[in-house]
Design a binder for this molecule. Sequence first.
Ligand code: IMP
Ligand code: MG
Length: 181
Amino acid sequence: MLNDIEKVLLSEEQLKEIVEKLGEQITNDYKGKKLVVVSVLKGSVVFMADLMRAIKIPCEIDFMAVSSYGSGTETSGIVKIIKDLDSEVVCGSDLLIVEDILDSGKTLHYLREVLSARKPSSIKICTLLDKPDRRKAPIKADYAGAVVPDAFVVGYGLDYDEKYRNLPFVGVLKPEIYENN
Ligand code: IMP
Ligand code: MG
């Protein structure tokens, strides 16, 4: 698995620092609010698990699963809800959508539309990684851990073809791994 990584982009230590900082900001911004943290499966699970423990105010958590990629490295643009929120009481909640990476932005744009229609008090986006150069949909993260270059990255929850999610760091995948597909 490690042989497929070109270079480490964010080490375990760097990720820890990033998550602590985001947790602190969210803690300050959501005091007295009805925070519901929504993790977008599966890519954000590792980030979510660390981030929720860095948030020092009461919050609920929930999960949504969407598909957008297939096994390639480009978003198809067609987003499908595979699993919806368990919670039906979105109305009046302060939703914070947690994503692994904001790339074309199509997935989060769609998700934000769907969730906004349920009338939450507020809706914001927290992404671990941001690839602003690749943006196609009109969307910006309210909280972003780190800006990354236009390369395909894996680890800390992020996958290529469902693999590499369990790497404890974020690394650039060697292009030859996906170029042959
Ligand atoms: P978007 O709709 O193009 O913004 O794509 C968002 C989703 O694509 C993310 O939630 C990831 O699952 C996936 N994705 C985008 N870029 C990468 C990457 O570099 N590595 C792994 N997954 C990625
Ligand atoms: Mg993914």
